[in-house]
Structures are given as C-alpha cells and as structure tokens.
Design a protein around this ligand. Structure first.
Ligand SMILES: NC(=O)c1ccc[n+]([C@@H]2O[C@H](COP(=O)([O-])OP(=O)(O)OC[C@H]3O[C@@H](n4cnc5c(N)ncnc54)[C@H](OP(=O)(O)O)[C@@H]3O)[C@@H](O)[C@H]2O)c1
Length: 336
C-alpha cells in the first residue's frame, strides 16, 4: 500500500507530503510482544475518550460505520451517554475520567488502541495516562492535536505530543485545522442571535476542516492493520482557507439573509464576551486562537483527508448547506 507520509522539513518545521512505503516501527514490535492479550483478540478493541463530545462522538459514529471492531466509549456519566448511544450492542460504555486512575485502568484493560482527546481547559499533559496505556499493552494511541502544535509551545497539545513521542507507545498525531463546527458551537449564539461573526481575526485566512472528516481519518488510522500510521503526524484541512469575511459572505448566500463580520479590537472583544457571561480564561484562549494567524500567516493546506479516506474534504459552503437549519438565525421573538 502506498500512502502519504508527513515529514517535518527542516528547522522551519515546514511539512511535505511525500509518497512513501512505511517502515516497521521498532517501538511497536516491543509494545506488541509485551502484550499477551493481543494474541487472543479476534476483534480490535478501541477506547475512545471524550466520547460524548463533538469529535469523540463523530469518531464513534465513524468507527461504527466501518464495523468489525469492539468500541469502548470512555465517559464520565454513563446514564447521559446511554441516552445518546444506548442500545447499540457494538458499543460498550465504560466509566472514564482524566482525573481518576482507577477508572482509566479499568477502561484501558485489554484495549488495542486508544483515541486520546484533550478536553478544552484541561491542563494535564497526559504523562500518567500514557504510562498506564503502555502498562496495559495498548498498541497504538491516536491523539487529537491541533494544526501547528509542533511549532507552538504555548498550547497544551505541544507538551502532550512530546509526551507521546517519548512515551513508548506507537502513536499517530492528528492535527486538524479550525473546526467548521465552531459555527454550530462556540460561534453559534452570536450567529443566530445577532446575525454576525464577532472575532478579532482581522483579514487573516484560516484553514478549516469538518469534524466529520477528522473522525473519518481517525477511524481509518485506528483500524488499519499494521504499523503504517505509527509515528506519523497528519495535518487535516479542507482545500480552501477563508477569512471570516469570506465565511460571512458564504453564510449570507446560503442562509438567504445578511450575516456580517465584525473584527473588534481585543479590549472590545473581551468586554463584549464578558458581558455575555463568557469566562475570562475562555475569552483569552479565543483571542489567542483568532489573533495568532494575523501575525503568523495562513497555515498550510494539506491533501491528507483525501489521501487517508479516499474522499475529498468537505468545504465550508458544503458544511453550511449540510447544517443550514442549525445555522439559521432564531426568530425575532426568541432573540435576547
Ligand atoms: N475547535 C477547534 O477549532 C479545534 C481545532 C483543532 C483541534 N481542536 C481540539 O479539539 C479538542 C476538543 O474536542 P471537542 O470539540 O470534541 O471537545 P468537546 O465537545 O468539548 O468534548 C469534550 C469531551 O471531553 C469530555 N471530558 C471533559 N472533561 C473530562 C474528564 N475530566 N474526564 C473524562 N472526560 C472528560 C467531555 O465529557 P462530558 O460530556 O462528560 O463533559 C466531552 O466528551 C481540543 O483538544 C481542541 O484543542 C479544536
């Protein structure tokens, strides 16, 4: 099988996609041979963390769609998860908490692969969890990182990536671009109530990706046999970077009513979000996330989603069409 390998190119950290036949990973053989349980599995067992969240639930859907594996959803609240996933015999709901080692041990027992996600605002570097995974003989960890994490020491994903590289368990780093689903989550209230995008992003262009594409890639990487994806980093983007002004234009055309883009100065952004009840810590993260590309330039686009899934990535216009009902502003009577 010929696949694309992401290589780090020189001190600038520029990535190139190079077709390459992959090598067997020595770390992987060591880890697998240390795990007698794997010899007796007829099906691949995969633990998905963050399973009730945006990405985790999409990963579970993508894994279920592929079929043929035993999927464990690691959740904090089993009854809440059962409302969402209950009744599907292919999915096992297990208690899991990033702060509870005993639950981690129980959830990791007999697992072949781990989909690891860092929930927003968690400050852990997952060193202990990675050690536990190694002790349990987990053969592959797929970590949901973020585009550019390798160059940005200030984001927590950078440290977690380093922990994984040093952790002794074969890993794959998924580095997605800006989620299109931010429009149905963090940016949603502003969009539907005030018909606008309100972000201090200036004219910077952002690389974008649909979470469904991230989940499809994750499902492939978690289930493909062999060591092809070990020690690889995949940056996941759609083809077309856009500024928020361009996204507002596309929303305007698709929704059939004017959506504006306002780029406030940092102080106005902070004050407005505080008035709306957003926590200071989250506002600062949003400021960093949306102001940074003004200074660092547009991040690179990659063909990796297509390379790994065989499907062209969803573009923003398609995302808006797929989620039109959700993105439509609420009627005037519901506005605050
Ligand atoms: N937004 C973007 O544009 C973007 C782009 C690239 C990468 N990312 C990365 O994507 C990640 C966020 O993924 P997401 O959007 O799927 O997050 P999310 O929707 O907020 O989901 C977070 C998940 O983590 C679970 N969780 C929180 N605290 C936990 C704990 N102590 N123990 C166990 N589970 C816990 C939550 O469970 P409960 O249901 O119990 O709360 C939920 O399932 C972040 O690392 C972010 O940096 C985001």
């Amino acid at each position: 099988m010929t696949v694309m390998t992401v290589l780090t190119g020189g001190a600038a950290g520029i990535k190139h996609l190079v077709p390459e036949r992959r090598k067997v990973d020595a770390v992987c053989s060591t880890s697998l041979s240390a795990t007698p349980n794997h010899e007796f599995h007829t099906m691949h067992r995969i633990l998905v963390t963050g399973a009730t969240g945006q990405v985790g639930s999409a990963v579970i859907s993508a894994l279920l769609a592929l079929g043929g594996n035993l999927i464990r959803a690691g959740v904090r609240d089993i009854s809440k998860a059962a409302e969402k996933w209950g009744g599907d015999a292919r999915l096992q709901l297990v208690p899991f908490d990033y702060f509870d080692p005993a639950r981690q041990d129980a959830a990791l027992a007999d697992c072949d692969s781990l989909f690891l996600l860092r929930p927003p605002r968690l400050t852990e570097d997952f060193g202990d969890l990675i050690s536990r995974a190694r002790q349990h003989g987990v053969a592959h960890i797929v970590f949901l990182s973020v585009q550019g994490a390798e160059r940005n020491r200030f984001i927590p994903h950078h440290k977690i990536e380093q922990r994984l590289v040093a952790g002794g368990v074969p890993y794959t780093l998924l580095r997605p671009a800006y989620f299109m689903q931010n429009f149905t989550s963090t940016l949603h209230a502003e969009l539907v109530r005030r018909h606008r995008i309100f972000l201090p992003a200036g004219n910077a262009r952002f690389t974008l990706v649909d979470v469904e594409d991230v989940a499809r890639v994750a499902a492939q990487v978690l289930t493909q046999a062999g060591t092809w994806h070990h020690r690889q980093a995949y940056t996941l983007t759609s083809h077309t970077p856009l500024s928020f002004a361009q996204m507002a234009d596309q929303l305007t055309s698709a929704l059939g009513l004017p959506i504006s883009y306002v780029s406030p100065n940092p102080w106005r952004f902070y004050r407005t979000l505080r008035r709306d009840g957003v926590e200071p810590g989250l506002i600062l993260v949003m400021m960093m996330l949306h102001m940074q590309p003004r200074f660092t330039g547009t991040p690179p686009v990659t063909p990796t989603v297509f390379e790994l899934t065989g499907q062209a990535p969803v573009e923003f216009a398609q995302f808006v069409a797929n989620h039109r009902d959700e993105l439509l502003p609420v009627p005037d009577k519901l506005q605050s």
